[in-house]
Design a protein around this ligand. Structure first.
Ligand code: AQP
Length: 342
């Protein structure tokens, strides 16, 4: 359905978001946070959001949601996202997200929503009892992106389908109203860790909601917990292969090599050149050392930042004001296009 339209008229702008639903993990770091921090140097305006309104599509304890929103903000900053250089805020403080989401609810089709893998996975067999928000989630996500006319969205592999839907919504809006108003967003899914897998099952993605804490490395884990989780990570009995092709059909081995490569900023080829032929008894301690060296400074910085919630709230409020400066005129123009009397 998606057909590309030129985005030449739009200033390049990056948007991405993360849900403050707790258990921020290595997959969120390598697939999102680290790449956000790295992309800041590219000289393109970047907007990063704690998507608290997405989080409540499944029940959240209000106190926990507040704590997790501040903790996630600390996670962004501790990973290297500079709140001066980038715009860092929480979604509910910029009301234009909800306003545009309503317009998109009226543009998107039910069938598009019902086809989403995440809807099927999360609602499961109990769709009648899932929240309406969970079904409409991708329209809010499209609004998050398009209310800034963002042209590029760095995400992990799991968000690809939602980004295709964002493009479809933009194309349908533009066609329905005969305008060229919304850009056709480019997903940016790059690097060796766009899909970090569970440490207990190399065929399942590492996820916040996995009931097993051993399946993921949390950004709040201390050095002992990180080392223990890597030591206990599921593997097969073979040593690491001597070539990259040898990782095919070995999901757990491939996952650990990918994690190593992403943490060390190396290619998979370079990791295999260095560690190929090693037993996991040798490779896992090297990986654990690397993971601790990279993640411990992040977790201690997160701890330091969350000790001052007022400071984090100030950062979010200031970020929201900056975000609104971009979103408000785009929202006004959208209302005008749709025919709302202003
Ligand atoms: N395993 C992963 N590997 C690489 N990237 C990942 N992301 C999430 N999991 C992985 C990326 O992190 C960003 C934040 O996504 P989110 O806030 O939607 O978090 P999520 O997808 O809800 O996280 P989980 O752990 O996958 O949650 P549940 O368990 O609820 O499904 C996105 O860019 C995402 O691609």
């Amino acid at each position: 359905m998606s057909e590309s339209q030129p985005n030449a008229a739009f200033t390049p702008r990056v948007f991405s978001g993360i849900q403050p639903s707790g258990n921020l993990h290595l997959g969120n770091y390598l697939g999102a946070l680290k790449r956000f921090a790295d992309s800041q140097t590219a000289g393109i305006q970047s907007i990063f959001c704690m998507v608290d309104m997405h989080a409540i599509t499944v029940w959240q304890d209000p106190e926990a949601l507040r704590r997790q929103t501040r903790e996630l903000t600390a996670g962004f900053i501790a990973s290297g996202v500079d709140p001066e250089q980038s715009i860092l805020f929480n979604q509910s403080q910029v009301t234009e997200h909800a306003q545009l989401a309503w317009i998109f609810n009226c543009v998107a089709r039910m069938g598009w929503m019902q086809r989403m893998t995440q809807w099927k996975d999360k609602a499961g067999k109990n769709q009648q009892n899932a929240s309406l928000g969970l079904l409409a989630y991708p329209a809010l996500m499209a609004a998050d992106i398009l209310v800034y006319h963002a042209t590029h969205v760095p995400v992990g592999e799991d968000q690809k389908q939602h980004l295709e839907l964002t493009r479809d919504i933009a194309i349908k809006f533009n066609n329905d109203f005969g305008v060229d108003f919304f850009p056709i967003t480019e997903p940016v899914i790059e690097g060796t860790a766009t899909r970090v897998m569970s440490l207990r099952d190399g065929t399942k993605k590492m996820s916040k909601s996995d009931p097993s804490d051993m399946s993921r490395i949390n950004l709040t884990d201390d050095a002992d917990a990180i080392a223990q989780k890597i030591r206990k990570a599921k593997t097969d009995p073979e040593p690491l292969p001597e070539s990259v092709e040898g990782l095919e059909d070995r999901p757990e081995a491939r996952n650990l090599v990918n994690i190593y490569a992403a943490l060390a900023d190396l290619s998979v080829e370079q990791v295999i050149a260095e560690h190929g032929g090693q037993q996991f008894g040798t490779f896992k301690p090297s990986l654990a050392d690397l993971a601790v060296a990279k993640l411990e400074p992040i977790s201690s910085e997160m701890k330091r930042l969350t000790a001052d919630p007022a400071q984090i709230d100030t950062i979010l409020r200031r970020g929201s004001e900056r975000a609104r400066e971009i979103a408000a005129p785009i929202m006004e123009k959208t209302y005008e296009i749709v025919g709302m009397v202003r």
